[in-house]
Write a protein that binds this ligand. Structure first.
Ligand code: NAI
Length: 335
């Protein structure tokens, strides 16, 4: 039986990296029937800021999506449709593995980085509850609930146990937000107590940022609320050479949407130079989710081999290759 997957190319570099990723997935031989659904700035404006119905219908049916980035206007305009989608399908766990590629020159030559970010994906300051009290005074509500905090912590610890990871670090600012981040931490501690074989520690987010830059190899699983997860993800991407590389999975109990950490990169859109690695690695995570372990491993190894060889890399990671040349190299490896 072929798998049905909703393909949302998005906008900016989205359609370029999505096309590249569909090509490598085809080369794995895994039968996938794509339901293509458009989601981009123009459509969102037309729909008055709502998620277009075809996207909702398709994802409700297929339960699995592969998604490119979507541009969100800054400081005005519609609310982020990425956030709306995660809420609509209750994709509460944002999982982002950050790993050094063998052969790729980083600032951390002798210290391979291999960490995974577990970011709560439905609340915190992303609840979008903002309000102008009087002209010149605005409040933005940070929502932290016990339910969402326990379930992201359980997700991270269960994952750690399943794959044999050793340590979970909770990241917070509970010295200042004593109630909100304090509740998040209490939930993490409660869950940690049920997993005695996994080391648990806590770091304040500012200190965590410095430790990540100085000693990234010491981190294993990072567990945090939404906003810190967003920021730390880009920081961590910088440790392994950049946003072109880091994949992600938005996981719910029923639905899952796989997408890169990066955005629509308007500065390079349409030039054929975007690095499709992040979406390709997201697709490898999707294959795992679909139960296609062997194909997931083959795809991941093919990407790693292209990096180890170093001849067909895109500009963002120090190479000269176009999106297409990199993609062809991955397909050659798969063959
Ligand atoms: P961005 O991630 O799009 O770009 C940051 C920098 O990284 C740029 O210099 C870009 O050229 C580079 N870059 C990103 N991905 C790359 C790739 N695959 N290959 C080569 N270089 C790459 O972040 P920015 O500029 O802050 O956001 C642009 C738009 O994307 C905004 O409207 C933002 O809201 C949206 N966005 C959407 C996301 C999503 O749909 N999941 C996630 C993050 C941002």
């Amino acid at each position: 039986m072929p798998h049905s997957v909703t393909l949302i190319p998005g906008d900016g570099i989205g359609p370029e990296v999505a096309e590249a990723t569909v090509r490598v997935l085809e080369a794995t031989g895994v039968p996938i029937v794509w339901e293509r659904a458009e989601l981009n700035q123009e459509l969102i404006l037309q729909s008055g800021g709502a998620i277009p119905e075809p996207v909702l219908e398709s994802l409700s049916r297929t339960m699995v999506g592969l998604k490119g980035p979507v541009t969100t206007p800054v400081a005005s305009g519609f609310q982020s449709l990425n956030v709306a989608l995660r809420k609509r399908f209750d994709l509460y766990a944002n999982v982002r593995p950050v790993k050094t590629f063998r052969g790729l020159k980083t600032r951390y030559e002798d210290t391979p980085i291999d960490l995974i970010i577990f970011r709560e994906n439905t609340e915190d300051l992303y609840s979008g509850l903002e309000h102008e009290v009087v002209p010149g005074v605005v409040t933005s509500l940070k929502v932290i609930t016990r339910k969402a905090s326990v379930r992201i912590a359980e997700y991270a610890f269960h994952f750690a146990r399943r794959v044999g990871r050793k340590k979970v670090t909770a990241i917070h600012k509970a010295n200042i937000m004593k109630l909100g981040d304090g509740l998040f931490l209490r939930c993490c501690r409660e869950v940690a107590a049920k997993f005695p074989e996994i080391e648990y520690n806590e770091l304040i987010v500012d200190n965590a940022s410095m430790q990540l830059v100085m000693r990234p190899e010491e981190f294993d699983i990072l567990l945090m609320p939404n906003l810190y997860g967003d920021i730390i993800s880009d920081l961590a991407a910088g440790l392994v050479v950049g946003l072109g590389l880091v994949p992600g999975a938005n996981m719910g109990d029923e639905h899952a949407v796989f997408e890169a950490v990066h955005g629509s990169a308007p500065d390079i859109a349409g030039k054929g130079v975007a690095n499709p690695t992040a979406l390709m690695q997201s697709a490898a995570l999707m294959l795992l989710h679909l139960g296609e372990e062997a194909a997931a491993r083959r795809l991941q190894r093919a990407i790693e081999d292209v990096y180890a060889e170093g001849k067909h890399l895109t500009r963002d990671v120090g190479g000269q290759a176009s999106t297409r040349e990199f993609t062809d190299a991955v397909i050659d490896r798969l063959a």
